[in-house]
Design a protein around this ligand. Structure first.
Ligand code: ADP
Length: 393
């Protein structure tokens, strides 16, 4: 039973091919610079890695080559082995509250909402359209980054702004990284062996969001109308006073979208350190006592702590806090600093247990009031699981 999980960007297409009998990855890879000069693909399978430069005028060409390679390299014996294809979609608005089987009606709805994620949804749709052309008889599923957050109540998802902005323009909190937070919630259910739990899921990578989860359902999340909101990130500011925007527009003679670009691409760790968006670089500079890097790191930690504390209260306490994504899975000192700043909640981590990277591990001490875990996220697997589940239903 094989499922392909797809994440299509405007000029790229990432895939993972799963054998769903044991949820193992049989092959994975990336098609890059689609529609641009110098395009290439990389396919990993059986411990091997093949990279080749090839012309990729459109996503359809990438899908054709992908399927040819899967059979040519004997990764699958025929295309009939592909039971389904799951596609990541960034924004599902309040139209899609869960993953869905793709049909013409779904494509129409996606078309209608694509303006809510103009950089991502049209690109995600290119991936779907390419597979529909090349594999017209294979069932496909759309999995939305926002769907998991559709269980937030109105008090949570509305902004304190004129109500007509919500009614007329759809201004509300949608969140993101939902597939990752849902994966973490499923892991926690397995770890605790029960359906009732209060979980704070910290997906902190280059982008980052924190989600409060009660009994497997999202009740609040740090990202908002767009992924610019919430905690400080690699290059994004997270929450700021919106009055800064017209003020800097005037100072620098820029328009609103140029300032939003600054907030998305030149803020966060990068903006504060004036050096790098990568936490590894920031930590290396901190070791050299670079003041800007130290303040950037401390601000980053502070914003994560702010949200954990907020959600601790919202959930009426927490049973478990989970760290995931690039920083959460790998940055030993950042996890330690976050947990030390949460000591007043009775959170204690074991420095030895915390000394690990990229693996599932409990890092809290036995006498900590809250369990703390590191769990590597797996959005691709979650997409494949949903795909299998919906096709079989
Ligand atoms: P994205 O949001 O793009 O998916 P990732 O989840 O891959 O990002 O996270 C990328 C970030 O993870 C990097 O920018 C880096 O800051 C951080 N990271 C990865 N490995 C380490 C490490 N060993 N120590 C500290 N930070 C790390």
């Amino acid at each position: 039973m094989k499922i392909i999980s797809i994440n299509a960007g405007s000029s790229s297409l990432k895939f993972s091919l799963f054998d769903m009998n044991d949820e193992s990855v049989i092959a994975s890879g990336l098609f890059e610079r689609i529609g641009i000069d110098g395009s290439s693909y990389t396919i990993k399978f059986n411990g091997e890695k093949i990279t080749q430069e090839v012309e990729l005028p459109t996503h359809v060409d990438a899908v054709n080559i992908l399927l040819d390679k899967l059979t040519d390299l004997n990764i699958i014996s025929s295309l009939d082995e592909i039971h389904g294809v799951g596609h990541r979609i960034v924004q599902g608005k309040d139209v899609f509250k869960e993953s869905v089987l793709i049909n013409d009606d779904v494509m129409e709805k996606l078309e209608a909402i694509k303006g809510f994620a103009p950089l991502h949804n049209p690109a995600n749709m290119l991936g779907i359209e390419a597979f529909r052309k090349v594999l017209p008889n294979v069932a496909m599923v759309a999995v939305f980054d926002t769907a998991f957050h559709q269980t937030m109540d109105k008090t949570t998802y509305l902004y304190p702004v004129p109500y007509s902005w919500y009614e007329d323009y759809g201004v509300r909190k949608y969140g993101a990284h939902g597939t990752s937070h849902r994966y973490i919630a499923e892991c926690v259910k397995q770890i605790l062996g029960k359906d009732e739990f209060r979980l704070i899921s910290c997906h902190i990578g280059n982008g980052g969001s924190i989600t409060a989860i009660k009994d497997g359902k999202c009740i609040d999340t740090s990202m908002g109308f767009t992924p610019l909101a919430g905690i400080m990130m690699g290059t994004r500011s997270g929450d700021i006073d919106p009055s800064i925007i017209p003020y800097v527009m005037e100072q620098e003679g820029k328009n609103a979208s140029e300032i939003i670009d600054d907030l998305n691409k030149r803020s966060g760790l990068f903006g504060m350190s004036e050096y790098s968006s990568d936490m590894r670089d920031i930590l290396a500079r901190c070791d050299e006592q670079d003041e800007k890097a130290i303040v950037a790191r401390d601000k980053y930690v502070r914003r994560v702590v702010d949200y954990i504390a907020q959600y601790y209260v919202l959930l009426g306490g927490a049973d478990i806090i989970v760290f995931t994504a690039g920083v959460g899975e790998n940055s030993i000192p950042v996890r330690r600093q976050i947990c030390e700043e949460l000591a007043c909640l009775g959170i204690k981590i074991d420095v030895e247990l915390n000394n690990k990277r990229g693996e599932m591990v409990k890092i809290s001490t036995d006498d900590s009031d809250v369990l703390v875990y590191v769990i590597p996220t797996d959005e691709e697997l979650m997409i494949a699981r949903d795909t299998l589940h919906l096709i079989d239903r």
